[in-house]
Design a protein around this ligand. Structure first.
Ligand code: ADP
Ligand code: MG
Length: 918
């Protein structure tokens, strides 16, 4: 595969893993760096990713990786009036699972194929939604300067034109992709600086006609060898400035298409309609600079020319995909018939080549692929919507449309999902999920409780801290206050006594002087007293001040306390909130527990159904499975041997009495194949009832059934006869009879020639029953019974594999019994015939019915030391270890454990590899 980067071939290739080889798009100079993150890779799961080719401009970074594969959506058209009546009794041939992005295609009553798409649009999907998931990302890319293509592929009448071209003039909700795309483009561009021009073309029989100018009916396609750009210089190009003129243009094109097709005597379903929208945007130099500067010097900034960004949107309403009649029954010659669909088949080839990363993409093979060359692959975005109808009558066309869509998706995505209705493993998975949820819920609850506890403790601590701080501060303040007070008193007392002393001394001095003027004396003694008073006043003032300060301090502390209280309240509300959350959690838990209970009961019911089905299968040798799948049962219940026109079908038992067993058995050899088929169905139905079995065998029915395997080629007869034999093979005496009459050989050759899984299922069921007979082991094996069982696994159908596994388990069980009784020595015949590798390969299968038998078979084989070496060699020992640890059934788990620990060979091996299996 060529990987030369920069060549056209590489540019057109799709696929994420090659993105690093992709060259930069020619428009890369116009990319804003912001777009790198703003439109980074969109996930597949996001609906918007469809058509986004993984997100518009991330490719501008070179190897940021544009996953450029074609995005494929499937759209189902609702049943139309005719289908509602004609197909009223039939289920749709498809079932959509939009949430899983899956489509199930019904193959027949009991089998479906499942396919995955990027988007699955049901019959209820609105036009708006279809536009948003299919087209919008492509349109956004075009506005960003990329080319983009939107195509619709599908059988005529499935809604291609409705999806793309609906004008929606009567009902706006009906507007199709073309109309909505133009609306978005017009809303985004600025008409002063940008331009939009449109061409509308029709491609029929490799001729390009101009739908805007019908006289222009052979337009040449021109490719620029350098840039690879494709253009149609001859086509009319109409400048669009508003939505109305675009609608008129589309209407005109549609009218011309109709006229052209009438003239050419063609049907529009045979031609491709192509709308090309060229968007040219001028970015202001500033925009251009910011997009490109990337650290360029300031010098160059002012010199940058304005940037023009060009993008081209191509919308293709493809010709109907239905196969055209080669004989040209519509009045075409063979040559015409060939060229009518040439473009469509060339498109298929190109899509395949792109999807497979093939080094050569045959774009040149047709006009359509040449036209799409630059809008397809590389940095361009392509969305394909495949349209299908629901009718089972068109299953063939629907299938081929789906396969086209699947091929268009990347190769890695082409896995065809196999799906089985394995309710047990589904419910096991659900149970595991539930358990995980429950565990998570418990963990969260615990975390909540812890958190609440922590917050409570913290709040308590804070409160008590605040309280003690407050008390301390109060105490300090009181102390200080008291001290001050005491000191002041002391000072006052000192002063007072000082004054007293002074006064006494003065008085004394006065007494000694005698005869002094009392008045002057009195005046002298008042002065110091006034001083005293003013000092006292000062002191008092000071006291008042400090009292005020103390009060302020008290207020401050009070405020603090309030704040602490508030904190406490908010702490409490936090606790309340957490309590509420806890309550919610508890409710959630209760709800989950309710769901678990429902699931448990569903599980129980499923298990019961599964068990019942299994029991039926086992009891009736797989012929008489219950359930709607079994059309065989209903066929058996409609015997029409003697009077096919008889509308009232007698029950088999009555028929049995009326006609007589001998007569019915003789009809097994009738000349008329139809009679034989009916007869064998009746016998099979009778053989399904245990009460009839002995009578059938005694009357030679078993022999006749075995002869039918030998003497007819008809697979229906084989299937029904094998089913009847399987039923008869439930009984030990019959088992010997079957063996004596060469039954193994006959069943083996039936199996070798059979195609139908249901035939194989019944043959395998019959042999599986025989495998459970202790006496027949050697004979069964020597006549090729085990080989026949192993040969049937080629079919891969889970029902067949389950029967094969059951046979192997039955056989292994008999062998282990024999070896316990000492009647068997040497290796297992199963191992000799090579069954072990199949067993090991399938031991982990998801299908419960197969796995259970295989697990049992492994345990039985492991009972016999003669097998141990081989089991070690083939890796079966690891399956046993796994079973002993993980098997959902306790009895099998402990059986596996017991066998592992009782075999010296296994123990040695486990010890050697230091595997602990306590
Ligand atoms: P095609 O172009 O594939 O031949 P049309 O688009 O002409 O098919 O659709 C055929 C008919 O089915 C038209 O009448 C159309 O209106 C109707 N139709 C198609 N798809 C839908 C849909 N999703 N919902 C309703 N009607 C639809
Ligand atoms: Mg159409």
């Amino acid at each position: 595969m060529s990987t030369t980067s920069g060549t056209g071939a590489v540019n057109y290739r799709n696929g994420t893993h090659r993105s690093s080889l992709r060259t930069q798009p020619s428009t890369s100079s116009a990319h804003k760096p912001s777009s790198l993150k703003s439109k980074s890779l969109l996930r597949k799961s996001s609906p918007a990713a469809l058509g986004g080719a993984g997100g518009s401009k991330s490719g501008s970074g070179g190897d940021a990786g544009v996953p450029g594969r074609v995005r494929v959506a499937v759209r189902l058209r609702p049943r139309n009036g005719e289908e509602m009546i004609a197909d009223a009794d039939f289920a749709d041939c498809v079932e959509l699972q939009p949430e899983l992005k899956r489509l199930k295609l019904r193959k027949n009553n009991w089998d479906t194929d499942t396919f995955e798409f990027d988007e699955v649009l049901t019959e209820y999907a609105s036009q708006k939604r279809v536009y948003e998931v299919v087209a919008k990302p492509v349109v956004e890319g075009v506005l960003d300067g990329y080319n983009g293509t939107i195509m619709a592929y599908g059988q005529t009448g499935t809604g291609k034109t409705y999806t793309l071209g609906q004008l929606g003039e009567e009902d706006v909700a009906d507007r199709g992709i073309m109309v909505r795309a133009m609306e978005d483009i017009l809303a985004e561009v600025s008409l002063e600086t940008d331009s939009i021009s449109v061409s509308y073309l029709q491609l029929y029989m490799e001729t390009v006609q101009d739908l805007l100018d019908p006289s222009n009916d052979n337009i040449a396609i021109v490719e620029d060898p350098k840039s690879g750009d494709v253009s149609l210089p001859g086509a009319t190009l109409v400048e669009i400035r508003d939505q109305q003129s675009f609608l008129e243009l589309l209407q005109l094109g549609e009218d011309h298409r109709f006229a052209a097709n009438t003239k050419l005597n063609t049907e529009s379903s045979r031609s491709h309609a192509i709308l090309m929208v060229n968007v040219r945007r001028s970015l202001k130099p500033r925009d251009g600079l910011s997009s490109e500067s990337n650290g360029n010097s300031h010098m160059t900034k002012s010199l940058k020319p304005p940037v023009v960004r060009k993008g081209k949107l191509v919308v293709v309403d493809l010709a109907g995909s239905e196969r055209i009649n080669k004989s040209g029954s519509e009045g075409h010659t063979l040559e015409e018939a060939k060229s009518i669909n040439l473009s469509l088949s060339a498109l298929g080839k190109c899509i395949n080549a792109l999807a497979e990363n093939s080094s050569h993409v045959p774009f040149r093979d047709s006009k359509l692929t040449r036209l799409l060359r630059d809008s397809f692959g590389g940095t361009a975005r392509t969305s394909l919507v495949i349209t299908i109808g629901p009718s089972p009558r068109h299953r063939g066309e629907t299938t081929s449309t789906i396969m086209f869509g699947q091929r268009a998706m990347k190769v890695e995505n082409m896995v065809k999902l196999k799906e089985e209705f394995d309710y047990k493993s589904l419910s096991r998975r659900l149970e595991i999920q539930l358990d995980n949820l429950i565990e998570e819920n418990e963990r969260q609850q615990k975390a909540f409780v812890d958190e609440i506890e922590r917050i409570t403790v913290e709040a308590h601590n804070q409160i008590s801290e605040a309280e003690s701080r407050y008390a301390n501060a109060l105490e300090d303040e009181k102390q200080r206050y008291q001290n001050d007070y005491m000191e002041s008193i002391k000072k006052l007392e000192e002063n007072w006594s000082k004054n007293q002393k002074k006064l006494a001394a003065e008085r004394l001095a006065l007494g000694e002087k005698n005869g002094l003027d009392i008045t002057s004396n009195g005046n002298r003694s008042i002065a110091p007293a006034l001083e005293e008073v003013s000092e006292l006043k000062k002191l008092l003032q000071k006291e008042a001040q400090s009292k005020m300060a103390a009060e302020e301090e008290v207020n401050r502390l009070k405020q603090q306390l309030n704040e602490f209280k508030k904190v406490e309240v908010s702490g409490n509300s936090e606790i309340m909130r957490l309590h509420k959350m806890l309550e919610n959690e508890t409710q959630q838990k209760e709800k989950l527990e309710g769901e678990i209970a429902t699931l448990h009961s569903q599980l129980l019911q499923l298990s019961l159904t599964a068990d019942e089905t299994r029991r039926n299968l086992e009891q009736h040798g797989s012929e008489k499975t219950s359930g709607p799948r079994d059309s065989l049962m209903s066929q058996l219940r409609l015997p029409q041997i003697q009077d096919p026109g008889n509308a009232e079908k007698p029950p088999v038992a009555r028929l049995f009495e009326q006609v007589g067993l001998q007569k019915i058995l003789s009809l097994l050899e009738a000349e008329d194949a139809d009679v034989r088929i009916h007869a064998v169905k009746v016998v099979a139905n009778l053989a399904a009832e245990e009460a009839n079995q002995q009578q059938i065998v005694e009357a030679g029915g078993l022999t006749s059934l075995l002869m039918l395997l030998k003497n007819t080629e008809d697979e229906t007869i084989h299937r029904v006869a094998a089913g009847a034999i399987a039923n008869l093979a439930m009984n030990e005496t019959n088992q010997e009879l079957i063996m004596d009459q060469g039954g193994i050989g006959l069943l083996s050759s039936t199996a070798a020639n059979a195609e139908d899984p249901q035939t194989l299922r019944m043959v395998a069921g019959a042999i599986a029953n025989l495998c459970g007979n202790d006496k027949l082991q050697t004979k069964l094996r020597s006549e090729g019974g085990i080989a026949a069982l192993l040969g049937m696994v080629r079919c891969g159908h889970p029902d067949v594999l389950a029967q094969v596994a059951r046979g192997i388990a039955n056989f292994a069980k008999c062998e282990s019994r024999a070896s316990n009784q000492g009647t068997k020595r040497g290796k297992s015949l199963l191992i000799e015939d090579g069954a072990l590798s199949w067993i090991v390969q399938n031991a982990k299968t998801e299908t419960a019915a197969i796995r259970r038998h295989i697990e049992l078979a492994l345990c039985h084989l492991a009972q016999h030391e003669g097998n141990a070496k081989e089991m070690v060699k083939e890796g079966a020992i690891w399956e046993l270890v796994r079973i002993s640890r993980d098997c959902s059934r306790e009895d099998i788990r402990s059986l596996a454990h017991r066998t592992l620990t009782s075999s010296p060979t296994f123990l040695t091996e486990l010890r050697r590899l230091r595997v602990d299996i306590r």
